[in-house]
Design a protein around this ligand. Structure first.
Ligand code: BGC
Length: 730
């Protein structure tokens, strides 16, 4: 494997003490030759397994590579995926494994910014020690459709929750001296036709939702890079969207870093003038736009010459800001996989959401002498999502099941299991019990085993992947029938779900318990057993709404489903000529729970929901107004064991009109009987509307009612206060 470490040029003018990052970048940029400058503007696909895209000289096999410029001590860019751990696509670095976090939705279910930070730092440490200096995480698109195949990589449906957690993960990653990336900018909310779909949305609505999530993440995390998405927004490809890249990101928000394209997403040379700074994975695009064609465009007067050095300067600036010129990467140093495993374990356990627990059946006590474990390949491992984020874990994958399906993406996709089998973990935890297993292929067999047991634990899986959406929200492969058969045979049936996102539960009334374990990562089996047997008190809260049916969604039919749309993998395609389709966003900024509240539609499980083995009560709610809302309250653990609560504050009405927006939350670990005080201060942008004429946030004067809540639908206490009119810069 090539070594990335570079010579540190301590005597160079751009390294002089006291210079700002901007000044350093400008000095170094001025020293570049034209060829060197252009070499920074496009990365190569570094995966190395396609005949027309062999591994570039000097690259580490991974997602992307920009060669170094040794003359000036500029290190290469070594880019790896991503948000859930350092990936090793198709074992391109033979035998190299990494720690796998649980899915993004599991992390979001913890509502824990500190944990997101530690997890980001963990990935950053592994990436740097493997020789990478650019992490292509964090993924943070809002979950607008529960059928999106990549929801598992993201952080839920709320802009504040996703923005805060993503910002913290990015901050954690960059604390390890490498660049992190917020992606996919923006509105990449379905995988179906992702290279040609045009997301149509009102500008104010976009500001108040997906853009606000990015804005918060950028403010908190200061990522060196933003990855622009595949799709179009309001008629323009994300990678060449002047209004979003130059107007919002670099203009209104003054983002100083660089914008890189998603892989195979650069469709023209125009993208440079419109705000894209770096073409990615150039072999996947129709052309290497950001070399000869871009030089031609400058010569023809279509792209301003100063824009070219703006592009390279932004890239160099992020490299300086991350510390890439200050010290070599800690490449090859030992990785503390045991400590990292503990972070993954904690995230998995605290991300599990207890959705149902009739008569306190859970946690399982020593009285359960016969436990039937059924289905979900629980004897093999825990499920992980597919695509570029899929991590190969410490002991290698336990099983690969080829997914099949049309297109190059599906040809590469496989349903993989991390070798952390829940069955083994349950056997270890169920001291003195007889644990039997049925694979669940035959419901009748499973029912027979369940009937002869005190407890039946059914594992039900929904595999999802980048590149494809699920057509509906039913559990695949007859698992609903399996659960029905087991529940009919044994009333003490507990369902453990490993799904990419929300699913429907036609059997809900007939089972005693439901655990949402998402994709629980490299320590997932142990985390599931911890919650089942009470070593961990469940504390996860849903970061997405579970609907009762797809008919309730803003788009009851998934747009474009069932048609073949252009995909960039395989023969290079001129995407600018590929047929596409529009997707309307009638929900606007009312994503998820806000949509359900606006439409008065009942949910299966609301956003923010999650049960515990203990109980919490709220008191002394007080709200002060003025500049923004400050909310104070007390939380008491009134139940039998130590646990974590996540009291949530929602805006419930503004100037007499109903509205629902999460304003903030607290996260408290309390012993039985313990009481603690909490304070939530609302970001005033969450009280505001975005005014597109004045290009600013407007907080209207008036009375604002809030609710202190257990979920978006379970309001415990109400109060309110008045606010003065306020304009906030964008
Ligand atoms: C994904 C990105 C990823 C990139 C590089 C693309 O297919 O959309 O999220 O970072 O590949 O692997």
């Amino acid at each position: 494997m090539p070594v990335t470490s570079q010579t540190i040029f301590n005597d160079a003018p751009w390294m002089a003490p006291g210079l700002t990052t901007d000044a350093r970048a400008a000095l170094l940029d001025a020293a570049l030759t034209e060829d060197e400058r252009y070499s920074l503007l496009h990365s190569q696909w570094a995966i190395g397994f396609l005949p027309d895209a062999p591994l570039p000289d000097g690259a580490i096999p991974a997602a992307g590579y920009v060669p170094p410029i040794p003359r000036l001590g500029i290190p290469g860019l070594y880019e790896t995926d991503a948000s859930l751990g350092v990936t090793n696509p198709r074992n391109a670095r033979p035998g190299d494994t990494a720690t796998a976090l649980p899915s993004g939705l599991a992390m979001a279910s913890t509502w824990d910014p500190g944990l997101a930070h530690d997890a980001g730092a963990m990935i950053g440490d592994e990436a740097a020690k493997k020789g990478f200096n650019v992490l292509l995480g964090g993924g943070m698109n809002l979950v607008r459709d529960p059928r999106c195949g990549r929801n598992f990589e993201y952080l839920g449906e709320d802009p504040l929750l996703a923005g805060v957690l993503s910002g913290e993960a990015i901050r954690g990653t960059q604390s390890q001296g490498i660049i992190a990336t917020a992606k996919h900018f923006v509105l990449n909310d379905q995988e179906t036709g992702r290279h040609v779909v045009n997301a149509v949305i009102d500008e104010a609505a976009l500001r108040e939702s997906d853009l606000l999530a990015f804005q918060i993440a950028i403010e908190r995390g200061a990522p060196g890079a933003i990855m622009s998405a595949y799709n179009k927004i309001n008629g323009h490809y994300a990678c060449e969207n002047d209004a979003l890249l130059n107007g919002v990101l670099k203009g209104d928000w003054a983002f100083p870093g660089f914008v890189m394209a998603d892989w195979g997403a650069t469709t023209s040379v125009r993208a440079a003038a419109n705000g894209l700074d770096q073409q990615s994975g150039e072999q996947l695009d129709f052309r290497v736009w950001f070399d000869e064609p871009l030089r031609g465009s400058v010569a023809a007067g279509e792209t301003q010459p100063h824009r070219i050095s703006d592009m390279s300067r932004r890239i160099l600036r992020s490299m300086f800001a991350a510390g890439l010129f200050d010290r070599p990467l800690p490449e090859g140093q030992p990785i503390d996989y045991a400590a990292h495993g503990r972070i993954a374990h904690r995230a998995a356990a605290e991300g599990i959401v207890l959705l149902k627990n009739d008569a306190g059946l859970l946690p399982l006590s020593g009285e359960a002498k016969r436990i039937a474990v059924i289905g979900g390949h629980a004897d093999v491992g825990v499920l992980c999502g597919g695509g570029s984020s899929q991590v190969t874990t410490g002991k290698g994958h336990a099983a690969f099941i080829h997914a099949g399906g049309e297109g190059a993406m599906m040809a590469m996709a496989s349903e993989a299991y991390h070798p952390s089998p829940p069955l083994a973990a349950i056997k270890r935890a169920a001291v003195g019990a007889r644990v039997s297993f049925a694979n669940g292929r035959y419901p009748s067999e499973a029912a027979t085993i369940a009937a002869g047991s005190d407890i039946a634990v059914v594992f039900a899986n929904q595999w999802t992947t980048e590149g494809a959406d699920v057509p509906d929200l039913t559990l695949p492969s007859g698992q609903d029938a399996l659960i029905e058969a087991v529940a009919a045979a044994n009333p003490n049936t507990i369902v453990v779900l490993q799904t990419g996102g929300p699913i429907l539960m036609p059997w809900l009334e007939r089972v005693a318990g439901v655990l949402q374990a998402w994709y629980p990562g490299s320590q997932g089996g142990e985390a599931i057993a911890d919650v089942l047997f009470g070593a961990a008190c469940p504390s996860g809260r849903l970061p997405v709404t579970f609907p009762q049916s797809t008919a309730q969604l803003p788009r009851p039919e998934l747009p474009g489903l069932g048609k073949r749309w252009a995909a960039p993998f395989g023969p290079r395609i001129d995407l600018s000529r590929a047929p596409g389709f529009d997707v309307a966003h009638p929900e606007g900024s009312d994503v998820g729970y806000r949509w359900f509240a606006r439409m008065g539609r009942p949910t299966l499980f609301p956003f923010g929901y999650g049960l515990s083995y203990t109980a919490f009560s709220y008191a002394n709610l007080a709200v002060t107004g003025g500049d923004t809302l400050t909310i104070t309250f007390d939380v008491t653990n009134t139940g039998p064991c130590e646990g974590i609560d996540t009291p949530q504050v929602y805006l419930s009405s503004r100037r007499g009109a109903p509205i629902r927006r999460l304003l903030g939350w607290s996260r408290l670990r309390l012993k039985p009987g313990e009481r603690a005080a909490a304070t939530v201060t609302a970001d005033p942008r969450l009280l505001a509307d975005f005014d597109t004429d004045r290009r600013a946030w407007h907080v209207p004067e008036g009375r604002y009612e809030i609710a202190l809540a257990h979920s978006a639908e379970d309001f415990a206490l109400h109060s309110g206060a008045s606010i003065a009119e306020k304009w906030i810069m964008p």
